[in-house]
Ligand binder design. Sequence first.
Ligand SMILES: Cc1cc2nc3c(=O)[nH]c(=O)nc-3n(C[C@H](O)[C@H](O)[C@H](O)COP(=O)(O)OP(=O)(O)OC[C@H]3O[C@@H](n4cnc5c(N)ncnc54)[C@H](O)[C@@H]3O)c2cc1C
Length: 379
Amino acid sequence: MPEIHDIAIIGGGITGASVAYFLQGQRSVVLLEQEASLGYHSTGRSAAEFTRRFHSPAAGQLTQASTTFMMQPQAGFTDVDLLRPRGNLLIAEAEKADHLRKVYEQERANTPAGAPPVELLTVEQALAKMPFLDPDWVKAAFYDPDCWDIEVENLLQSYIRGAKAKGAKVRQSAAVTAARRDGDHWVLETASGEIRARTVVNAAGGWADPVAALFGAKPLGLTPHRRTAISVKVPGYDVSAMPEVNEIDEVFYFKPDAGQLMVSPADETPVAPHDAWPEELDIAYAAHYLSECTTLEVSHVAHSWAGLRTFASDRLPVIGFSGQVPGLFWLAGVGGYGIQTSPAVGQIAAALLTGADMPADVAEAGVDPALFSPSRFES
Ligand SMILES: Cc1cc2nc3c(=O)[nH]c(=O)nc-3n(C[C@H](O)[C@H](O)[C@H](O)COP(=O)(O)OP(=O)(O)OC[C@H]3O[C@@H](n4cnc5c(N)ncnc54)[C@H](O)[C@@H]3O)c2cc1C
């Protein structure tokens, strides 16, 4: 008799990896990734930022619920810090200076539990943090100390290592191309042979809607949005300890990355799921924004890339059993915050899959998992 797994997870990005980990061996699990390497798509292309501010209430709660895990992971999970302090400098040009001060007041009044407050800076203080900002452009600034770099690859591999230690199997180069029902379970055709599972978790990121269609489920309107980043050298400066910089309305942002500056024009262009690449115009915008607000001459783009941020129409994740198709579980739509919320998202999914209580961190942060039910798009 062929083996029937309890759960097959489609997608080897951070979302699929986190639920594989948080299932903690309570079910037999196989994770299927179409690419040769895990994290090849969105997960490997992020800005690797962890911040509890500047989100919708639900995304902020999911991040808050992930904080303890990120700061003090369970013993043996990883041997490096998952978060490293970065800090975030919010800047505005003259016409948005009053707006920035309003945002500062709001953020100060709504400081997340356990986070240090934001600090209003003079332009001179902002320049002390990042000396190549252009004082002719920057007219207002505040600083958020509660912004961290995430060790994304380490987080991903730690989830996978932990899942494997509890018996999960991981199959790479195993694109799921078709699905059929056989009695009480699904039979998945993959590039590396048939896989049988009673429940299938759709953690396929930008491909979540087309993957659901393989099971006969109606698409939920999960739309990938392309986001571009470039990397530029900053001769004469050691950027490693400098903060991330965000235009106050996130028209653009940049941050130190491996000795260079990663710059994004914060684009979000709806696209079909694909192996995303950057458009020349978005690369040019990124370089333009950086040269506008700094004294740097951006003459050479060392590297550029793009990735998919996949959203439902209400920008909330979709986590829960399909109401249309038996044994199909949605785990998608984590948009622009899927890395930093992966501890909470993975734990919510694992609890729903096993019928367990929601973990304390999730309840304490005020997260209402019912908000994420696919049923909101199924009627
Ligand atoms: C430029 C950029 C900056 C970002 N910055 C941040 C940030 O600072 N902080 C943050 O938290 N998030 C950030 N994000 C968002 C974050 O990267 C995503 O939310 C997260 O990576 C989504 O993970 P995922 O596992 O859902 O998707 P993915 O990583 O895309 O994984 C889905 C996987 O499913 C696989 N798959 C699809 N179809 C099939 C199939 N038929 N069979 C088998 N496998 C299949 C794909 O190959 C893919 O590997 C950023 C994203 C981008 C693009």
